[in-house]
Design a protein around this ligand. Structure first.
Ligand code: PLP
Length: 374
């Protein structure tokens, strides 16, 4: 049915990619790959050209986040999901507390729950659409929660709980990094993968780490805990300091990442990037608030994500038909997170997404709503 609907071309966004990761890639990032031929692509990751590329990425991340003294930028292969395994091995001493309010926070909690050498985690759960913040508790040595829960469109404050002794705060910044403000001092580990705000490809993780986190990694490495080599963060520390990775990294995502960081820093850094996401968010939530057929899923406006908007659609209209009709026009990936199971649209609004394209998307959806309303 929806394929018969032809949205007027002048309403459509110029770029139709609104996914929550992978996300819009700018043309300049592809040109950067072309320009990396032949000096970087196809060359050794142990030699200067690739090491300089890795060094540029590490240095620009430090600049973007105004990293405090002693903090370091680490990287390794495998993406954020691999980082959960690495963190369970190399960062959690005995017991972690997890703030869980959606799929991604829950997945990390499942990892520490399954680790036979750890005590079962203290899981603080809040319903989807809300957020769970950490509670200082005896015996906890890692407090973990996502900065932005990509599955529900809820963003959480990142504030170090007080009176936690030497416990580390370990924050999943996968969809937040590069698009949401952060005071790094409130974190010991802020990890992410580059396929969201950085418009790159998945498969790598980056982590901003405090001296306390690096000290913890060294302390656990010196115990007799078995740690697989690819998940050993002490090895990642050692290699990252040399602008290398333990095993061969994919080079094109690093090239794309460097270009995105150059773009963000040239525009003005974090203020520029978060200014764009804030403007997109302002437009989409104002539109949803104004519509009788739409409701922002996250009811508390403080927690409405600036980078991933989740918008419930009136039950009289099939949100899937809206997403399908848009997909037929090249406007893609606004389907809700599968397991949430709601009649919903989810829109990625990372810095590369032009706020004017968000407005064009809402105009296109308005046009469809008029045709699809009973
Ligand atoms: C996308 C995402 C992940 C998973 O990232 P991968 O690189 O696919 O492992 C983890 N956490 C959050 C918050 C995410 O948005």
């Amino acid at each position: 049915m929806s394929t018969e609907l032809t949205i007027p071309a002048q309403l459509l966004p110029r770029d139709g990619r609104f996914g929550s990761g992978p996300s819009r890639v700018r043309d300049a990032q592809i040109q950067a790959i072309v320009d990396a031929q032949p000096a970087i692509l196809g060359t050794s990751h142990r030699q200067a050209p690739v090491r300089n590329l890795v060094g540029d990425v590490r240095r620009m991340l430090a600049e973007l986040y105004a990293l405090p003294d002693g903090y370091e930028v680490l990287l390794g292969n495998g993406g954020s999901t691999s980082f959960w395994d690495a963190a369970a091995f190399s960062l959690v001493e005995r017991r972690a507390q997890h703030g869980v309010f959606g799929e991604f926070g829950s997945k990390f909690a499942q990892v520490t729950a399954a680790a036979p050498y750890l005590e079962s985690p203290d899981v603080r759960e809040a319903p989807a659409g809300s957020v769970a913040v950490p509670q200082a508790t005896d015996g906890i040595d890692v407090y973990a929660w996502p900065h932005n829960e990509t599955s529900t469109g809820a963003m959480a404050p990142v504030v170090r709980p007080s009176d936690t002794g030497g416990a580390l705060t370990v924050i999943d910044g996968t969809s937040a990094a590069g698009g949401l403000d952060l005071d790094v001092q409130h974190t010991d580990v802020y990890y992410f993968a580059p396929q969201k705000s950085f418009g790159s490809d998945g498969g790598i993780w980056f982590a901003l780490m405090s001296p306390a986190a690096i000290e913890r990694i060294g302390r656990i490495a010196a115990t007799d805990r078995y740690i697989p080599a690819t998940l050993e963060l002490a090895t990642a520390v050692e290699n990252s300091r040399k602008d290398q990775t333990y095993n061969t990294p994919a080079l094109t995502p690093l090239v794309m990442m460097r270009n995105q960081l150059e773009w963000m820093l040239a525009g003005g850094g974090m203020d520029f990037a978060t200014g764009r996401t804030a403007e997109s968010a302002r437009r989409i939530y104002a539109w949803a608030d104004d519509s009788s057929l739409l409701t922002p899923f996250v009811t508390d406006a403080r927690y409405r994500s600036q980078v991933v908007a989740t918008i419930d659609v009136d039950e009289a209209i099939d949100a899937g038909a809206i997403a399908a009709a848009l997909r037929a026009h090249g406007v893609v990936d606004i389907d809700p997170y599968r397991k949430l199971g709601r009649n919903q649209l989810r829109v990625g609004m990372f810095p590369a997404v032009d706020p004017d394209d968000v407005s064009a998307l809402t105009a296109s959806i308005d046009w469809l709503l008029e045709k699809l309303a009973p």
